[in-house]
Ligand binder design. Structure first.
Ligand code: AHR
Length: 328
């Protein structure tokens, strides 16, 4: 392996200054060697088992592919992600990847990456921009379709329950994030024409277990017995909500239909117990596609603009006794 050249060492010093200014590097490439490919990845946080699984998968796949990974965890703050992307530019990584916490506010920093000639890959979530040349590729779930799948389950369940009216409460993910917006739209577009469906209220749980518990407490106090269906945008919030439902004297999965998204092991085990009725999968295993895409970009090859992983639904209509361990 060759030693690093002077400019890269200089870039490292600049990067170190930027990091000291608040970016907090978790793991860096060995700056004494020129790696096959240097990938800077800004993860948005550690709010859920999905997120932790996604970070682990990217670390493992980078290792497998022999790619050097500079990983930054933004701890749920967009400004930390912007600072991390700037440090990757200063370091002159080969490819920048990041999972945008929200959709808006990225144009300036992505223009800096483009001006520096560094290709950008969006992982998991997308951004809102007029200029889609600011990123090369998006690798992540079709969140709209996840909302559709959740609604399709509910329509089937409604037929079986035979009720005239189903009152729904929705616990949404982070405001202005892609999964929050698209899971809401996909779900309500799909049930919209069905006169049995009635939304009582949507509340924001920020994808966090603690917020899921708080939201559920509020919803139970406000609507109590009227609640028939809980549509929660991720497993973490669902698992925060479940003890509140039980403490209030209801049987989740029987007195109330519980619909969740992600499909991590803990939630799947609860589904098997009957306390969750349906989980729409959102897979965090995006590492291999990311590594393949990064290598193509470094080689100057064309890449797919959008790649969605294939996902499925797990529900009380399925036999999931022999399901493989989920890995997150
Ligand atoms: O962007 C994907 C979502 O983010 C997952 O559903 C959720 O668990 C995570 O926080």
């Amino acid at each position: 392996m060759k030693r690093t050249t002077g400019p890269r060492a200089l870039a490292l010093i600049i990067s170190a200054i930027l990091l000291l200014a608040g970016c907090g590097r978790e793991q860096a490439a060995d700056e004494s060697e020129d790696p096959k490919l240097l990938l800077g990845f800004s993860q948005l946080g550690s709010e859920s088992s999905f997120r932790i699984g996604n970070t682990r998968d990217i670390e493992e796949k980078a290792e497998e592919y022999g790619i050097s990974l500079m990983l930054e965890n933004a701890n749920q703050k967009q400004e930390n992600q912007i600072a991390a992307i700037r440090s990757f530019i200063a370091y002159r990584v080969d490819v920048i990847a990041f999972s945008p916490i929200v959709e808006d506010g990225w144009d300036n920093v992505l223009r800096e990456a483009k001006d520096a000639g560094i290709p950008v890959v969006l992982v998991d979530r997308t951004i809102r921009t007029e200029d889609d040349s600011l990123y090369e590729s998006l690798i992540g779930a079709d969140f709209y379709e996840e909302g559709v799948m959740a609604a399709e389950y509910l329509l089937r369940k409604a037929d079986d329950l035979g009720k005239d009216r189903l009152n729904i409460v929705e616990i949404t993910g982070t405001e202005d994030s892609t999964p929050m917006k698209q899971r809401h739209e996909g779900f309500f577009d799909t049930i919209g024409g069905d006169s049995r469906m009635n939304l009582l209220e949507s509340v924001n749980g920020d994808f966090l277990r603690s917020r899921g518990a708080e939201c559920m407490e509020y919803l139970l106090e406000t609507y109590g017995d009227d609640i028939d269906v809980i549509y929660s945008h991720n497993d973490e919030m669902t698992m925060g909500a479940l003890p509140k439902i039980e403490n209030a004297g209801y049987r989740p999965g029987e007195d109330m239909v519980i619909i969740s998204i992600d499909g991590g092991q803990e939630a799947i085990d609860i589904l098997k117990e009957g306390k969750i009725n349906c989980i729409v999968e959102c897979t965090p295993m995006l590492g291999s596609i990311l590594m393949e895409t990064a290598m193509k970009l470094k080689a100057g090859e064309a890449v797919e603009k959008v790649t969605h992983p294939v996902e499925r639904t797990f529900s009380d209509y399925d036999d999931i006794g022999n399901l493989e361990p989920r890995g997150y």
